[in-house]
Ligand binder design. Structure first.
Ligand code: WNU
Length: 152
């Protein structure tokens, strides 16, 4: 059994490698590690369902996920993109205070996500104006591409 300390160090250096978090101060990053939950998913499992309420932000630590979305004129949700290790998702519902706007489905067995709840997400993002501005801009772009794609 690995020590809590070893795990802490492992997640700390992993989070440091996530582009979004690279400039966060040490103590902030350490706090996120303390508050993380790790969730495991098998291939085909839904991590997020569009239309549901959501209060969590995810960072992929292992595996791959597929983003899909219901689209006008198509009977099935359409595939939008694949995300991998170091990518993150679930920020939109938190930032727009809206329901989940797409499905996120594990593409491979043993996909692992680090999960940050709304309070910790707000603490992580809220105190950094640049990070907040960056995410707001990104979420705005997502809404525009949703419209272009005729997302429902
Ligand atoms: C897209 N449209 C919508 C992705 C991840 C992070 C960033 C893109 Cl900064 P949520 C569903 C999640 C949503 C986003 C993610 O799916 N997503 C998209 C799109 O074209 N959502 N509406 N592409 S991957 C991605 C940018 O994170 O957040 O809480 O749940 O609505």
């Amino acid at each position: 059994m690995r020590s809590t300390q070893a795990r802490h160090a492992e997640y700390f250096s992993f989070l440091r490698s996530v582009s979004l978090l690279k400039d966060l101060p040490e103590e902030k990053l350490a706090k996120i590690v303390d508050c993380l939950e790790i969730e495991y998913f098998d291939k085909g499992e839904y991590i997020i369902r569009e239309g549901e309420e959501g209060n969590t932000f995810f960072i992929i630590a292992k595996g791959e996920v597929l983003v899909t979305q219901s689209t006008e004129g198509f009977p099935e949700p359409q595939e939008i993109k694949t995300l991998g290790v170091g990518d993150y998702f679930g920020e939109k519902a938190l930032i727009s205070e809206d329901v989940r706007s797409a499905n996120i489905i594990a593409k491979v067995n043993d996909t692992q996500c680090l999960v940050v709840d709304r309070d910790n997400f707000n603490q992580m993002v809220g105190t950094y104006e640049e990070l907040q501005a960056y995410l707001r801009e990104y979420v705005e772009q997502l809404s525009i591409s949703d419209e272009r794609r005729n997302a429902i």
